[in-house]
Design a protein around this ligand. Sequence first.
Ligand code: NAD
Ligand code: DAU
Length: 356
Amino acid sequence: MTILVTGGAGFIGANFVMEWLSGADEKVINLDKLTYAGNLESLKCLEGNPAHVFVQGDIGDSALVQDLLQKYQPRAVINFAAESHVDRSIHSPGDFIQTNVVGTFHLLEAVRAYWNELPEDARTDFRFLHVSTDEVYGSLAATDPAFTETNRYEPNSPYSASKAASDHLVRSYHHTYGLPVLTTNCSNNYGPYHFPEKLIPLMIVNALAGKALPVYGDGQQIRDWLYVKDHCSAIRRVLEAGRVGEVYNVGGWNEKPNLEIVNRVCALLDELRPREDGQSYQEQISFVTDRPGHDRRYAIDARKLERELQWKPAETFETGIRKTVQWYLENQQWVENVQSGSYRDWVEKNYDGRSA
Ligand code: NAD
Ligand code: DAU
């Protein structure tokens, strides 16, 4: 048996592929374009593992995707591939439309053609799992109930609008063509291999480098944080037992204002790697101009996933954030290679000179 994962060199995809292959030997075909966010160094531990087949390419390249589907005959496709950073979507929305909307459309078309030709049993068992975000539901007021799967879509950034469009396309391929799809909408992830442009890794990396810790606006925006491995276990569970055509919200019941997150990261660093001058890393916090259109609050109601599929996160925020800070302290080389850009040479370093 084989699965095809897209975006498996990114933060969540890489964690997913490593977890998957640590628990089973079912082959993973990993299709990733290796944008700035794709990092094969994160998958170093899979070097030489015949169950991991990496292919550099675009989900929007129909011919390539069709070839991979024909060649490897996967029983499922799990779509992580996306442009994922809200701030980048404000500066350059075009890439988000191209990958998240047009790319997902081409991927769905290739998968539909493949699925149509499968024998009856394989057609029934096949799944297309689309990994999406809570941001499609928009922003909550302080006392609003958390997002359920029936909340109206109200995306506010080019990123969330492009993810919302992809969710709608996925839904339509089920309703119109019967493609057996599943969609997950997850809250903010954190953990190992997180690119240091996002809040938590940026704060850790900047703190250690003696740089400012830029908090947008008043720092009172609320996000609902989930340790990345818990997101991966939820995806595995939905793939295994989710009802076809259904949407599952994934979250950790961990709503926290950004400033509290930054203070927690500082406190952990004060404990684990104190500053030489004896001051707290909190001294480095700097309030900066807010993100345009900044959503005030996200919160996920994950009861459907808990009730129907008996999924529960394994980590609390306290255990997860400690593991994360420790991981960054122990993996300074990974951080340095990202910062210097040398992680992008990994492909040549690793693959040049290998015969096909
Ligand atoms: P990421 O930016 O770290 O990784 C995205 C990966 O997709 C990269 O490896 C990149 O090279 C690849 N990619 C981009 N465009 C591609 C294309 N056209 N074809 C093939 N590969 C391409 O993102 P992430 O944080 O790992 O997020 C993965 C998915 O989960 C995304 O769909 C995102 O919307 C969703 N999500 C993320 C979070 C979060 O907190 N990070 C939360 C909920 C949902
Ligand atoms: O909610 C799920 C989403 O979470 C995912 O769909 C996105 O792919 C993922 O990037 C994340 O989006 P956010 O915009 O919430 O994550 P980010 O880490 O960029 O920011 C988290 C919060 O911290 C947000 O309110 C903005 C704020 N922030 C962020 C940065 C990078 C700062 O205050 N300072 C910063 O420097």
